[in-house]
Design a protein around this ligand. Sequence first.
Ligand code: FAD
Length: 222
Amino acid sequence: MTPAPSDRTTVRRLPERGVYERDVIDAILDEALICHVGFVHDGAPVVIPTIHARSGDTLYLHGSPASRMLRSMRRDDEVCVTVTLVDGIALARAPFHSSMNYRSVVLFGTPRIVDDPEEKREAFRVLTEHVTPGRWDDSRRPNDKEERATLVAAIAITEASAKVRTGPPEDDDEDYELPLWAGVIPLAVTAGEPIPDPRLRKGVSLPEYLVGYARRHLPSDV
Ligand SMILES: Cc1cc2nc3c(=O)[nH]c(=O)nc-3n(C[C@H](O)[C@H](O)[C@H](O)COP(=O)(O)OP(=O)(O)OC[C@H]3O[C@@H](n4cnc5c(N)ncnc54)[C@H](O)[C@@H]3O)c2cc1C
């Protein structure tokens, strides 16, 4: 379903770059390793980077119950979550027209602390799988102490926007004849060779699901 943007999720500058389709929003949330959570603490804005994971219409965040970010979520205050994927540097002939190719999401919502043990365990699974698909079934389950030491917050994905820029830079017509290079430097998150833990038990080899680790990628025509 494509929800109409709310007044505050309507992209205003370059509105043609605004996207409200849930499948685009979901794909950006799923590809990004981390998000930034903005909230108000003692009357002042704070933005904190953290891991997120989506399950259907819910975005999960987790952390220490002592963290300011999660403590703030106990207060029923609204937060704003942003996710940014940088796909390239679009170098125009003029710095004014230089830009970035990107896919980003802005999401507003009031977090709900997850108290139900089953949902909490499912959130742990989803968060683990978000970072490394295949890892949950190949790791020790959280014990009671670890579960108690982790707070999980859920945010309904009901008010969100995406903004997407693709393609070459756009210069002023008269500048295209200038003898200056212009174009796009593609950027992507790439994984290096996995480095085994020095304390890895002898004989344990790299699991198949970690070979060629890569973040999912939207088709470039979005
Ligand atoms: C990597 C990157 C670099 C950028 N660099 C610049 C820069 O240097 N200068 C600059 O002015 N802008 C930059 N932007 C764009 C910036 O994010 C805003 O879109 C821009 O400031 C226009 O905001 P506005 O005043 O039109 O909308 P606002 O009034 O700020 O936003 C209205 C609503 O539109 C939606 N929205 C706005 N921006 C985004 C977004 N990026 N993603 C998803 N939803 C969005 C939100 O729901 C927001 O609540 C960059 C974006 C990215 C992802």
